[in-house]
Design a protein around this ligand. Structure first.
Ligand code: SF4
Length: 265
């Protein structure tokens, strides 16, 4: 059961500290996808929720419209600490109302989602001045998805949605994030998506966050053969795996003429 309530906020637009991003819009607080590794869990500190992260969602109702003039020539991300197309968007349509307001505004927009609900807004997105959609995906294995992203749509649904958006003329990005050592197979995912992906972004699994213990427990229980590798990376700080992987990705993408961005940290 996911607790859901509406909360009033002054405005949805927030200045961003993400590199190369001027503003973000997070239409929800919390995210029902409940990914085990979620980087956004720190957001709970700014709420009065006692439920676990992933078990509550606040629907933001803004008092004022988006200050559109601030956005001219800027880069906007929707969203950074929630999925703008989580299950509650179906009923509340906050993301849709944001996109409706952004029609005709000269702003570069990146929508980031794991959800095929975005297909509902395909025409609206295609009509924006400069919008792209990034689908995050890190495995084609539904067993992994059920353990680590229990309420997110499966890979088949994400890839099918991505294809539809691409066919509608929308720029698509496959955001391979977070890459799980020994689990994410980047060549498999590229092969399954290259027909309808304009660019690949790669980001490694960062466990300097609240999710560390949850992920370590799940790896120990479900992927015991990987425990030595995870200990080397996350306990001993050995970066060899990431350096070799970054090198392999760059080689593969260059050889196959694939546009990509290395977001390893
Ligand atoms: S979709 Fe993103 S914001 Fe939502 S739980 Fe997963 S990692 Fe967190």
């Amino acid at each position: 059961m996911i607790a859901c309530r509406t909360v009033r906020v002054k405005n949805l637009l927030t200045p961003s500290k993400l590199p190369g991003v001027d503003y973000v819009i997070n239409p929800y607080v919390g995210c029902p996808h409940k990914c085990l590794y979620c980087y956004a869990e720190f957001m709970k500190r700014f709420s009065d929720h006692t439920e676990d992260w992933g078990d509550f969602t606040d629907v933001k109702i803004p008092d004022t419209p988006i200050p559109l003039r601030r956005l001219t020539g800027k880069r906007l991300v929707i969203s950074s600490v929630t999925d703008p197309y989580n299950a509650f968007e179906k009923r509340h349509g906050i993301t849709r109302s944001v996109l409706e307001q952004l029609a005709g505004v000269p702003v570069a927009i990146t929508l980031i989602t794991k959800s095929d609900l975005i297909v509902r807004d395909m025409e609206l997105i295609a009509g924006l001045e400069n919008a792209e959609v990034a689908f995050s995906l890190n495995s084609l294995d539904d067993g992994f998805r059920r353990l680590f992203e229990p309420r997110a749509p499966d890979a088949k649904r994400r890839l099918a949605a991505m294809r539809r958006l691409h066919d509608a003329g929308i720029r698509t990005i496959l955001f391979m994030s977070p890459i799980f050592p020994g689990i994410t197979d980047f060549t498999d995912i590229i092969r399954a998506s290259s027909d309808f992906t304009d660019e690949y972004w790669f980001e490694n699994l960062n466990l300097d966050n609240l999710a560390h213990n949850r992920v370590a427990r799940a790896i120990g229980r479900h992927y015991p053969g990987l425990v030595p590798l995870y200990r080397a990376i996350y306990r001993d700080g050995d970066n060899t795996f990431w350096k070799e992987l970054a090198h392999d990705i760059a080689d593969y993408c260059t050889q196959h003429g694939i546009a990509f961005r290395d977001l390893f940290h």
